[in-house]
Design a protein around this ligand. Structure first.
Ligand code: ADE
Ligand code: ZN
Length: 324
């Protein structure tokens, strides 16, 4: 099964580029930018990755990205992920980036996006991995800052497939960003957002995302199982959920494998991704292996997960068909 999973052509739809920053590269970038890290070495840094909730993960995630300062830093970050993706036979990836996590530290939007974009172009040419960017707003910042970020992105619209919403969900419901999402839709962006697993008001957040905002897909979203009506809406619309089993195991009490199985059985389009692989110690291949071993997924079911991922990818029909 390990070999089958390794050889499966993959589509990764839920991946935060800042969450791919491995400790080795963190140290290299800190040295390059003359910054000190609060750990003596890579081992000690990895040992500090002990999360048991979304906020406890986010604290370390934001602290880690302080070393990202220049265009080459963002290039190196994305190129390192895309090399790893190519090794795991990822053929196509949609990559989240968090511009406000950088602009709020004084790093210009232009620096962030140019570095990422250059890596995507090089990876397609040299590694045969195609990728697009999804710009995420930080939901624990004000909606006005998200709107300003959306406007700042417009000159780069051709480089951005859509928008997402991430960071701390507590007290930050989807409707807080209704006007931002409406404008993003008018500008031609596709829409997704995190509805993280087992958060307060999880089902109401999913309802808002689906019915009030009208997202094209949902990141995580497994609590939808608690509302049969919403499951039916998602089925009718052919919407997909981007699930991240190993990430679930870090921010909640389990991988939520049984919930994923139920959603698959109901016919919901489910995909498996890695979320923040440098922090959760698992890229997409390891996520598929972990889910397979718990659920005893067959080869056909594993192939279906990847087919569903290409099916809900933000690509023109003829491009998807070439992967399927
Ligand atoms: N930012 C990076 N990873 C995230 C996650 N899993 N949930 C919310 N915000 C995030
Ligand atoms: Zn995520």
């Amino acid at each position: 099964m390990k070999d089958f999973i390794a050889g499966l052509p993959k589509c990764e739809l839920h991946l935060h580029i800042e969450g791919t920053l491995e400790p080795e590269l963190k140290f290299e970038l800190a040295r390059r930018n003359g910054l000190r890290l609060p750990y003596p070495g890579v081992e000690q840094m990895r040992a500090a990755y002990t999360f048991d909730s979304l906020p406890s993960f986010l604290r370390i995630y934001y602290e880690g990205m302080r070393v990202l300062c220049t265009e080459p830093d963002f290039y190196d970050l994305a190129m390192a992920y895309l090399r790893k993706a190519a090794e795991q036979n990822v053929r196509y990836a949609e990559i989240f980036f968090d511009p406000q996590a950088h602009t709020s530290r004084g790093v210009p939007f232009d620096v962030v996006i140019r570095g990422l974009r250059r890596a995507l172009m090089d990876a397609e040419a040299r590694l045969g991995v195609r990728a697009q960017l999804i710009m995420c707003f930080l939901r624990d910042f004000q909606a006005e800052y998200a709107m300003a970020t959306l406007l700042e992105s417009l000159p780069y619209k051709e480089w951005i497939a859509g928008v997402g919403l991430d960071s701390d969900e507590k007290g930050n419901p989807p409707v807080k960003f209704a006007a931002v999402y409406e404008r993003a839709r008018q500008e031609g962006y596709l829409l997704t957002m995190h509805c993280d697993v087992d958060q307060d008001d999880a089902v109401e957040h999913i309802r808002q995302a689906v019915e009030d905002i009208g997202v094209n897909r949902i990141d995580h979203g497994v609590n939808i199982l608690e509302d049969q009506r919403l499951v039916e809406v998602v089925l009718e619309r052919g919407m997909g959920l981007t699930c991240c089993p190993i990430s679930n195991g870090y921010v909640t009490d389990s991988m939520k494998a049984e919930a994923i199985r139920k959603l698959m059985d109901l016919g919901v389009r489910i995909t498996v991704s890695s979320d923040d692989p440098a922090y959760f110690g698992a890229y997409v291949g390891e996520n598929l292996e972990a889910l397979q071993s718990v659920l005893q997924l067959t080869r056909d079911e594993l192939a279906r997960l990847e087919r569903d991922a290409f099916e809900i990818a933000w690509l023109p029909r003829h491009v998807k068909d070439a992967y399927l």
